[in-house]
Design a protein around this ligand. Structure first.
Ligand code: NAP
Ligand code: HSE
Length: 439
């Protein structure tokens, strides 16, 4: 009996698309043994058909019209690997409405249009897979939606952006500036086409929204998240972290407040103890720590970006989709939205407690330290430590680093705003939480 052929259409043939193409071809026999069907890339959509690619391929497969792949009756599995939320949304909706398997690595799309994309799948009978959208090669989507299905999730902490972690690690180990390292992260295929998504924390926020949906069944609007990236982290912050047993990490926090049961999501540069599992995750690696009330804490660590790691997750999804086609039946997606129940409420900044680190550039004159302390006190923020780097005779300004005792997010944001307005503060203050994670 001849083997069934499952046709795969690649919409996007860049870093990820070419990785998927490469391994679908080089591991074709292995995958065919494991699935009982042959996976064949039959069509590829790109913007520029003349661009040189890294692998040989049959140019007759090329099109500049990804929608034609999404609706092609000959294509069984559509991979949306273009990025963005314009054409990618049209392609995803069209493929799902046509009842196809859709595999996407696009977290921006899910964050902004998750509800519409899931609705299209329901309408058209299509199946949606998105393992590569969060944490690159780490199978964290599968863990959260399937393996941990019996749990309620009190907290999820994540290092979710490979580019940022790569930058912070090299700033720590080599003392280089973030711009120098960003150029290399781009060349390695880690960064988004628009790298501001990485360095401004937006990409990590997109991923946090996807994880929060799977954990709590609510698509939290991006505007309700507190989001900052790594672009303002300096060697002063890195040095403070080193001297005090911390690492600076871009940390996503998806927390349910114990007392109120409300949900809080932030993505912020954060001082994380080096003794914790997340504090020692370096380079392009991502890590996700999930606290489930039945299982306890589980931690997932692995490469969070790059061609091969991402292709590994995309191909896992293609195989899951192909197995449905071979064996019949539909993906048993457990809808995380509470049935008939109210959506989880979002916490107010007053309800979020942490210690904080604040770096200030201040006039080097008598009385400034007292002024800073009194301004913080006016917001009921109490100092835990104050460090001023020694400055030369005649210097006009000095770097002042303060840490606080436990306070709340509103108090610290108000304090930083007041500090920024003070005539004694000469540059925009930089502030980050000091994580309470202990393990
Ligand atoms: P990329 O290298 O920029 O590749 C994008 C591909 O899509 C290119 O081949 C481009 O064509 C094609 N494309 C874009 N718009 C198109 C359009 N309107 N019509 C036809 N083709 C179009 O991006 P990438 O790094 O592979 O990322 C792809 C997706 O995977 C994004 O959603 C990204 O967030 C996600 N992702 C990336 C990584 C990673 O490590 N890079 C990891 C996880 C998830 P041309 O080549 O002709 O320009
Ligand atoms: N630009 C992303 C990152 C790719 O650096 O994490 C993986 O989603």
């Amino acid at each position: 009996m001849s083997e069934r052929v499952i046709k795969v259409g690649l919409c996007g043939f860049g870093v990820v698309g070419q990785g998927v193409f490469n391994y679908l071809r080089s591991r074709q026999d292995l995958l065919s043994d494991r699935i009982g069907a042959r996976l064949e890339v039959s069509r590829i959509a790109v913007r520029d058909t003349k661009k040189k690619r890294d692998f040989d391929y049959d140019e007759s497969m090329l099109t500049t019209d990804p929608l034609s792949i999404a609706t092609d009756p000959e294509v069984d599995v559509v991979c949306e690997l273009m990025g963005g939320t314009g054409v990618a949304l049209d392609v995803s909706i069209a493929a799902l409405e046509a009842g196809k398997i859709l595999v996407t690595a696009n977290k921006a799309l899910l964050c902004d249009h998750g509800e519409a994309v899931f609705a299209a799948a329901k309408r058209g009978g299509g199946q949606l897979f998105f393992e590569a959208s969060v944490a690159g090669g780490i199978p964290v989507i599968k863990a959260l939606k399937d393996s941990l299905v019996v749990n309620r999730f009190s907290s999820i902490y994540g290092i979710l952006n490979g580019t940022s972690n790569y930058i912070l690690t090299r700033m720590t180990n080599e003392g280089a500036t973030y711009q120098e390292i960003l150029t290399e992260a781009k060349a390695l295929g880690y960064a988004e086409a628009d790298e501001s998504l990485d360095v401004d924390g937006i990409d990590a926020a997109h991923k946090a929204v996807v994880l929060a949906y799977l954990a709590h069944g609510r698509w939290v609007p991006f505007k309700d998240l507190l989001v900052e990236g790594v672009s303002e982290v300096t060697q002063d912050d890195i040095q403070f972290a080193k001297d005090n047993g911390y690492a600076v990490k871009l940390l996503a926090v998806i927390d349910v407040a114990h007392a109120s049961g409300k949900l809080y999501i932030s993505i912020l540069p954060t001082l994380v103890s080096k003794k914790t599992s997340l504090g020692s995750v370096d380079g392009v690696f991502n890590a996700v720590s999930i606290h489930g009330d039945v299982v306890g804490e589980t931690v997932y660590i692995g490469p969070g970006a790059g061609r091969d790691a991402t292709a590994s997750s995309v191909i896992a999804d293609i195989v899951d989709g192909a197995k449905l086609l071979v064996n019949g039946g539909a993906e048993t997606f457990v809808d995380p939205a509470p049935r008939g129940g109210d959506a989880i409420e979002l916490a107010e900044p007053e309800e979020i407690e942490s210690r904080y680190y604040v770096r200030l550039q201040v006039l080097d004159k008598p009385g400034v330290m007292a002024e800073v302390a009194s301004l913080l006190a006016s917001h009921k923020v109490s100092l835990a430590s104050v460090t001023q780097k020694e400055v030369g005779e005649g210097a006009e300004s000095a770097t002042l680093i303060v840490t606080t005792h436990m306070t709340n997010e509103k108090a610290i944001l108000d304090s930083v705003k007041s500090l920024a307005e003070s005539p004694s503060v000469t540059a925009k203050p930089f502030c980050m939480p000091i994580s309470g994670i202990e393990k």
